[in-house]
Write a protein that binds this ligand. Structure first.
Ligand code: PLP
Length: 359
């Protein structure tokens, strides 16, 4: 059917969700395509949902999520007025883009990066300015600075970058901040910052205290393992938060999600240990692949990137045969999430097989 709609939507691909684990009789399979946390929810988090949230699902949640907002503000050393919740940090980013950019405005971000950026920007009617990454997959800071002009309404930095897992240095983040006019906002999307072990990286919350135009997006989906509940948050100057709240989806963060997030903050030590375990697994996989002869940029997230170019689809088929669903970017490369140890062992085996096939 032909129907009247915004032509800009035709220019964007829809979001492609990571595929579920392949099903093959008699073979154990794993989903390592969505950068999820492989650990099951902690019992105390499940208990908080069961005991505190399930009995009130006939009611709307607190739209401001005040109790959780206060906890997050205290944790990050800001005022509650500096914090907004979102249905995942995806919604936080959407709120921000809707607030600052519309037709005729430009949003600059590195590419390849989080695949929701072009969708969110097009959804707002604004234009994407995609700055290709450097050959090692890191942000091209000169390119980003060079793309600034009078139409720029937002710059997005993704640290560590999805899908290339590269880290942004403190010096490079500051170069961007010095170049961007102080009335143009810069979003630091730090969905995976807990996994970033690069010593020279910045933590955007530190920069937030130094520059007036920073917005930080964090999520409970990755390190906290609550991807299915959809809760993230943004930290920004209070007037920016006011604007973001005006364009937010009403009641987007359920009471179940808010309770689970609060319960997760109560067990941050255990969750931190899980993050360390995932980092240890990542380092184990990276060391094994290096000894097989793979050469790729050091990953600083709970995933890593193999730039396989033209042979990407061929390699992807071998991962699937081994019972692994990975995230495939045809013609570019494969993003592999660090999963359960058995999944990681299979990744190492597949990579060895690829090497023997001349990859
Ligand atoms: C870089 C980046 N930012 C933000 C998100 C959004 O995550 P969520 O909406 O689950 O918080 C993701 C999810 O994969 C991501 O990779």
């Amino acid at each position: 059917m032909t129907y009247k709609h915004r032509a800009i939507i035709d220019s964007i691909p829809g979001y492609k969700q990571g595929k579920p684990a392949p099903v093959t009789q008699g073979q154990r399979s794993f989903k390592i395509s969505s950068n999820e946390n492989p650990f099951e929810p902690l019992p105390s988090v499940v208990k908080a949902i069961e005991q505190q949230a399930l009995g009130t699902i006939n009611r709307y949640p607190d739209m401001r999520g005040w109790e959780l907002v206060e906890r997050l503000a205290a944790m990050d050393g800001v005022e509650p007025e500096n914090v907004v919740l979102g249905c995942g940090s995806s919604e936080v980013i959407t709120q921000l883009v809707s607030l600052v950019a519309g037709p005729g405005d430009e949003v600059i971000y590195p590419w390849r990066s989080f695949e929701a950026y072009p969708i969110i920007v097009a959804g707002a009617g604004a234009s994407s300015v995609q700055v290709p990454n450097l050959p090692d997959g890191s942000h091209d800071i000169d390119g980003i600075i060079g793309a600034l002009n009078e139409h720029t309404r937002l710059v997005i930095l993704n640290n560590p970058n999805n899908p290339t897992a590269t880290s942004l240095s403190d010096a490079d983040a500051r170069r961007v901040m010095e170049a961007v006019p102080s009335d143009v906002l810069v979003l630091f999307d730090e969905a995976y910052f807990q996994f970033n072990t690069e010593p020279n990286t910045n933590v955007a919350m530190d920069l937030f205290r130094e520059y007036p135009n920073i917005v930080v997006a964090h999520t409970f989906s990755k390190a906290y393992g609550l991807a299915g509940l959809r809760v993230g948050y943004g930290v920004a100057p209070a007037d920016v938060i006011d604007g973001m709240r005006k364009v937010s989806l009403p009641f987007a963060v359920s009471d179940v999600a808010q309770r689970a997030a609060k319960a997760s903050l109560d067990v941050s030590v255990e969750l931190g240990e899980r993050v360390q375990a995932i980092i240890a697994e990542r380092d184990r996989v990276v060391a094994a692949l290096r000894s097989q002869g793979w050469d790729f940029a050091e990953p600083y997230a709970n995933f890593f990137w193999l730039a396989l170019g033209e042979r990407t689809d061929e390699a992807a088929a071998i991962f699937t045969q081994a019972g692994l669903s990975v995230r495939v970017f045809s013609g570019e490369g494969i993003r592999i999430t660090i999963g359960e140890p058995e999944a990681n062992d299979t990744v190492i085996d597949v990579c060895q097989q690829l090497k023997t096939q001349g990859f």
